[in-house]
Design a protein around this ligand. Sequence first.
Ligand code: PEP
Ligand code: MG
Length: 581
Amino acid sequence: MASFTLHGIPVSRGIAIGRAQMLAPAALDVKHYLIAEEHVEAEVVRLQTALATVHRELQTLWNELPKDAPTELGAFIDVHALILSDPMISEAPLDIIRSRHYNAEWALVTQIEELSAQFDEIEDPYLRERKVDIQQVAERVLKVLLGSEPLPMPVEPDDDEFQAQMVVVAHDISPADMLKFRDRSFIGFVTDVGGQNSHTAIVARSLDIPAAVGVSQASNLIEQDDWVIIDGDAGVVIVSPSALVLQQYRDRQLAAQRARKKLSKLKKTPAVTRDGTPITLLANIELPDDCGPALEAGANGVGLFRSEFLFMGRASDMPSEDEQFEQYRRAVVAMKGRPVTIRTLDIGADKPLDTTEHTALNPALGLRAIRYCLSEPQIFLTQLRAILRASAFGKLRILIPMLAHAHEIDQSLAMIELAKAELREANIKHDANVDVGAMIEIPAAALALPMFVRKMKFLSIGTNDLIQYTLAIDRVDYEVAHLYNPLHPAVLQLISMTIAAGHKAGIDVAVCGEMAGDVKLTRLLLGMGLRDFSMHPAQLLSVKQEILNSDMARIVPQTRKILRSMEPDVIADAVLSLQTM
Ligand code: PEP
Ligand code: MG
């Protein structure tokens, strides 16, 4: 097959070389893992058993039909039984298990997706609608599979050549679905849509897996089992590469591995610039399990725990106070006395809660984050109580997202006081003096800093949203991704003003957006006076290396020059030259 190259947006570093696994949207709703060769026949039997069970269920339904039941009901059951017996359902998924090693659920939904696509092409509307029957039959089988023991176990990573080579290709992956890949062994991701700082991209970065998004048409042009190289640094996807190209990328992979090994030696080295300025390096996490990699990278604490990931991807319920408390406590305990900054629920925009039914036209401008929490006081209060209870187990800070208005600050603080009062009343231990900080991620907040520094104990700049809202660029939309520019003079002014105002007021200011983990911007942020950086653990040691080689005496005058300029080219060149100082 001829080789071809696709271009998209780089979101997560590194090179991945593997075979394409096309993931249809429905496949994301079921478990998917590969079956080891020796267990394939047992998995085939598992699916056959589920199919037979559904057959029996339909038979029972038919037998138990009341005498006066409408005739359509019997016909309806007949149709389902016929569908179930059709080789497209009773045989084809078994072939998929045997040829691709998919688990039964994944094989079934893969086949159903293919059938559904064929039905969509049918002109006769009546026949086209029969797709629904096929999906209903599949749902019955999936339900039975769900109740059956998932025999055999998924293959351990690296156990099987198959497993080690899977690259996911999908039209889109939601942040919650991306998080599900945490336990799987996919080595790379390619999606048709998405932006560099979408939450899907952020999760891919946190999984430290090479990924490219906004690779328009990738899921149409790439075929199942094609060999694919993802260059996560350049956002390039090479399909069916030649042997020569493959070798070049394997060499680059090896070089990157060596560089990472070298970097790991910096784990215990304090982050101090050449002239002795100490810098705090914090980790961004999605779940308490991320504390392990954070400590492994030598993080001084957690600067951003995106608590909404505990709420996402659940069918209809919310995590209870106890469940949340347990997760926050785990993070605090895992960090062994280092501070853990828990951001309150930042739901909405590209992180929808499954239970919310808002269909706002502009969700990024809608009922998101603190706006949502203040409109759902019970949900907010439950979370605040859970966070406060965890504060009895170590150093914890509360961070409020998306604040813009004075009354939002006041109401948030009042809710925290209310949660404390409830805990006091119930004699439940908590830190009554817990620090509360504000995310500065809306331009209005950056332009009204006195409102914040008076009442907040620290600030954290969310550059991902600050750029989105300053430039009016949807961070998720790849069609305008080229306009999403962290170096726009307006963005730089807002960041620099926030750092200066915080320091003048004597409070800590961090950057926890993706800019903090971009080594190309480390010196610029240092030059603006930033001393607290919060990023994914995977980026932390590269940023530390940059800090160790930085000299403030050279950086500060150059940064001043950058901040005085309104010329994009001058700014870009000056930032480039900062890196060589
Ligand atoms: C940000 O906006 O920069 C940020 C850190 O928050 P999130 O990416 O979760 O919106
Ligand atoms: Mg944000």
